[in-house]
Design a protein. Structure first.
Ligand code: ATP
Length: 327
């Protein structure tokens, strides 16, 4: 189901938590709401779900204005951080629960309910834990069961509010990959709230960057990364060096830098002292102090580049920002 949000505002007493939000989400799209704590992501999600009413503005599901519609008529699946499974119920019964409590006239037969619950367990690739209890599962498995339990009621829209944020980094990475694949299979309109830019970039078709109740930019991960529309978006999307040398100012990412290790300065390069060298996955992170500046900058260079193999702290090297935009 497609979603359209038009001129939506939310005030909490005197606080303008959402300020003229306009957003169209296509059917089957996975959109991430990304922004710092308190920017209004959860408020927007809760208003879409019907848990909260907007102060003004409209929400349309497939061109139908549902702004005042009860939550039960919105056909929403909502999964959040620490989504609680019923601890005294086996996994399979947790998933079947929503189907079993439906009114009798629309309820499936017990056999059909079990079949559907098993199908959902297969979808989240956890058939083997059907008869386990929640406390016997890992955090990542619990969140996948939470998703299966939510999908059991056939939602038209899936809302995920920081569903992986309570998990450790490695599990989060696995679940991100898993979710992207899963979403491609089920093709369900999905809104994913996160404050983690890496997570948003990795899973979303489009990213909505929010800040203090307004939308700063909407675009695909590549569009946003390559063409940030303002300083907030640029700085929010990752580390950046803000460097002033004489009359010139540069903004560049730690990986947007070229390093030369020569005895004399190549044209267009600046001298800097190597302050620190740290491994960072496939990269080396260098902290540099440009000679004409008082502040430090950070450079990230592929570990395998031969010229940096024997780099030492205290050494003078030459650097040049690349892909920089000069101010
Ligand atoms: N029920 C409420 N009453 C008063 N203020 C609220 C209420 N809910 C949210 N707010 C305020 O609205 C702003 C946006 O909150 P919201 O939870 O939507 O932000 P968020 O981007 O989801 O943040 P986080 O990432 O920390 O969850 C915050 O300043 C918050 O204090």
């Amino acid at each position: 189901m497609g979603i359209q949000i038009s001129h939506l505002n939310k005030w909490f007493n005197h606080y303008h938590a959402l300020n003229d939000i306009n957003l169209t989400i296509e059917k089957g799209e996975l959109v991430a709401l990304l922004g710092p704590s308190g920017c209004g992501k959860t408020s927007l999600l809760r208003i879409i779900a019907g848990l909260e009413l907007p102060t003004s503005g409209h929400i349309f599901f497939e061109n139908q204005d549902i702004s005042k519609e009860d939550i039960r008529n919105r056909h929403i699946g909502y999964v959040f951080q620490n989504f609680a499974l019923f601890p005294h119920m086996k996994v399979i019964d947790n998933i079947a629960f929503g189907l079993r409590i439906k009114p009798k006239k629309v309820r499936l037969s017990p056999k059909e309910i079990t079949k559907k619950a098993q199908f959902l367990l297969e979808m989240v690739q956890l058939e083997h834990v059907a008869n386990h209890y929640p406390h016997e599962l890992s955090g990542g498995q619990c969140q996948r069961i939470a998703l299966a339990r939510t999908l059991a009621i056939n939602p038209k829209i899936l809302l995920l509010d920081e569903p992986f944020s309570a998990l450790d980094t490695k599990v989060r990475r696995e679940l991100r990959r898993w979710l992207t694949q899963f979403h491609q299979d089920i093709y369900l309109t999905t809104i994913f709230v996160t404050h983690d830019q890496e997570e948003a970039m990795e899973i979303a078709d489009r990213v909505v960057i929010m800040n203090r109740g307004v939308i700063e930019q909407i675009g695909s991960p590549i569009e946003i990364l390559n063409n940030p529309t303002n300083d907030f978006v640029y700085n929010f999307l990752g580390d950046s060096n803000n460097l002033r040398i004489g009359e010139k100012s540069f903004n560049f990412r730690p990986y947007e830098i070229d390093i030369q290790i020569n005895d004399i300065s190549p044209i267009g390069y600046y001298p800097a002292e190597v302050i620190d060298i740290r491994p960072l996955g496939a990269l080396l992170k260098l902290v540099l102090k440009p000679q004409q500046c008082t502040s430090y900058i950070e450079a990230q260079i592929p570990k395998t580049i031969p010229k940096i193999q024997n780099l030492k702290k205290g050494q003078i090297i030459y650097f040049k920002p690349i892909l920089d935009f000069e101010i």
